[in-house]
Ligand binder design. Structure first.
Ligand code: ASP
Length: 291
């Protein structure tokens, strides 16, 4: 069987004082479900989106159902995905009223000539596409980030989900979805929906970022990592260099990355990062903190 691999994250806002048993169990379930999809020949793009839908719907992470509102009380969600084989990307920013922002991002990629739709236009498009709306927002959202929303340098506490996939045909894809940082201003957009900043996939690497998005935008974190691999760095070196650069600017967060050999990198400079992976040998791992 062809060698497939995957890594996902549930955000780099993890706090040592909090218990993540539910997330650990859930992330393993997502990897197991996606392993079955990859074994059945599913494409990297499909698996990246399906994994992120499971993460969004769980209500366990600060994305999809787990979102927290902005300072005005509105739930504005961001998501993007990129197909490394075609170089196509799709994104939505500050989307309100729909259950799965990553599905809206996929529709932008597949069914429009654009890469990103924002705000009201994104919501109109999601409606026209028949995507599932949220009825009662207060009943739907779980605010999963309670307990993660009181940290770090600069105050931009955060949580996000993402997934990078290598499929049986050697194609790479990445997808990322978030409610952004806690206490964000209305209209604030972070790195998550911006290809090159929060998400990237080409034929060298797939990358999904999580952290204080303002810093990830400033260094083009996801593309920088893939370009480092294309220029001859190992995935681990390129990924660590990106996080070091962000740390040097005072930023906090992490990223997950996968190259076309199926190597995995998962550096972060925050307290922890919820993540789980499937190696090319078929082994599954799940981790939140390093010790
Ligand atoms: N990067 C996301 C943002 O800034 C937040 C996160 O990853 O936790 O919107």
């Amino acid at each position: 069987m062809a060698r497939t691999a995957l890594i996902l994250h549930g955000g780099a806002g993890a706090r040592r004082e909090r218990n993540y048993d539910a997330e650990v169990v859930h992330m393993r379930q997502v990897v197991e479900a996606m392993k079955a999809r990859l074994d059945a020949g599913a494409s990297a793009v499909d698996v990246a989106v399906e994994a992120v839908v499971m993460l969004e719907d769980s209500g366990l992470y600060v994305a999809g159902r787990g979102a927290s509102p902005n300072l005005a009380g509105a739930y504005e969600l961001d998501a993007s995905l990129m197909d490394g084989a075609s170089g196509k990307a799709g994104a939505v920013a500050a989307l309100q009223g729909f259950r799965n922002p990553v599905v809206a991002a996929r529709a932008v990629m597949d069914r429009t000539p654009h890469v990103m739709l924002a705000g009201e236009g994104a919501a109109l498009f999601a409606h026209d596409q028949g995507l599932e709306p949220i009825g009662d927002e207060e009943a739907w959202f779980t605010r999963a980030g309670k307990g993660e929303d009181n940290h770090p340098p600069g105050g931009l506490s955060h949580g996000t989900v993402g997934c990078c996939v290598l499929d049986s045909e050697g194609r790479l894809a990445a997808a990322t979805s978030t409610a952004g940082v806690f206490g964000k201003m209305p209209g604030r957009v972070g790195d998550t929906p911006i290809p090159a900043a929060g998400t990237w996939a080409d034929d060298s690497a797939a990358v999904s970022c999580t952290g204080q998005g303002e810093y990830f935008i400033r260094v083009a974190a996801a593309a920088r990592t893939a370009f480092g691999v294309a220029a001859g760095q190992s995935l681990a070196e390129a990924a660590q260099a990106t996080i070091d650069r962000i740390g040097g600017l005072g930023g906090d967060g992490g990223l997950i990355a996968l190259d076309r050999e199926g190597n995995i990198a998962q550096p972060y400079n925050s307290q922890g990062m919820k993540r789980a992976w499937l190696t090319t040998d078929g082994e599954i791992g799940v981790q939140v903190f390093d010790q």
